[in-house]
Write a protein of this length. Structure first.
Length: 292
């Protein structure tokens, strides 16, 4: 049987069997439990398993590394919307039966943890720091929705792509670049190199906190104050090293942000990331409104 068909049938069967939506079973079940806690009724779930690599282990056994894409169609307070997510999984097949399946968690050791002290000032700052830039939120969100599950060939693709993707969205909204060629200054990209703040989650968080020119932002105290086109930063372990960034692209029926992201590609995901394997009770967030 075709591997993609087999994976899809496997997941449809599993979802039908697990009517209790046990939190400890899979990320899909954890997500549904969290959605229902927020008062969102899951109307329909669509799943697709897209094989990425198949390794033959024996005459009867194969190992399939694949992308599990799930779409959740939901109703929250009369507001209908779709949330989508993609996770990497590994399945072991015995003939036409899946005997093992589990999510491949992100290797936290591979997530960049580069601490950079930014020099936000240079000899031209006096002339530039008071200039305002017009941030087009609509265009930033359009870009975020266009590329949430694919990669713009005009930019480099990183293994840990979350911040690179957010920077592209900000650039699509008209955020001005500055600081080249100093990688620890400003926020900028060219095809040969880029600033740390363009592609490193920890660096972008600290850049947004202090920039007074080019791309600028204002920190706010709660997620509900954000609008589409704004940015949320995540420190999953609460250890002062910021691991992830997302862009707000919409609001749910209760006015809470829904975000898009890369690495674990996500579309209209609820902003808290409680369904993530990286989530810990010590998680910290930073909320940034983009613009002067």
């Amino acid at each position: 049987m075709n591997a993609r068909v087999l994976l899809r049938q496997f997941w449809l069967r599993r979802l039908e069997e697990k009517k209790g939506w046990k939190r400890d079973w899979s990320w899909i079940h954890r997500k549904v439990a969290l959605l229902e806690e927020r008062g969102a009724k899951v109307v329909r779930i669509s799943v697709d398993g897209i094989p990425d690599r198949i390794i033959t282990l024996s005459s009867n056994h194969q190992q399939v590394e694949y992308l599990l894409r799930a779409s959740f169609f939901m109703n929250q307070a009369g507001h209908f919307y779709i949330e989508e997510g993609v996770k990497r999984h590994l399945a072991v097949l015995n003939k036409n039966n899946i005997v093992e399946d589990y999510e491949i968690p992100l290797d936290k050791a591979k997530v960049a943890k580069q601490l950079v002290q930014f020099d936000h000032h240079d000899e031209e700052q006096e002339e530039r720091e008071h200039l305002r830039f017009e941030y087009n939120r609509h265009q930033a969100v359009q870009y975020a929705n266009r590329w949430w599950n694919s990669y713009n060939p005009d930019y480099r693709h990183f293994t840990d792509d979350c911040t690179n993707y957010i920077s592209q969205c900000l650039r699509a909204g008209g955020a001005p670049m500055w600081g080249s060629p100093n990688r620890s200054k400003g926020w900028w990209y060219n095809h040969r190199t880029w600033s740390f703040s363009w592609a490193v989650a920890n660096s972008l968080r600290w850049y947004l906190s202090g920039s007074t020119q080019g791309l600028q932002a204002t920190e706010v105290s709660e997620a509900r104050a954000l609008m589409p086109g704004d940015v949320i930063c995540y420190d999953f372990e609460g250890d002062g090293v910021w691991n992830h960034n997302t862009m707000v692209v919409a609001k749910d029926g209760l006015g809470e942000p829904l975000v898009n992201a890369h690495t674990s590609n996500s579309y209209h995901r609820y902003w808290t990331y409680e369904d993530s394997t990286a989530y810990t009770p010590n998680i910290q967030y930073k909320f940034f409104q983009i613009g002067n």
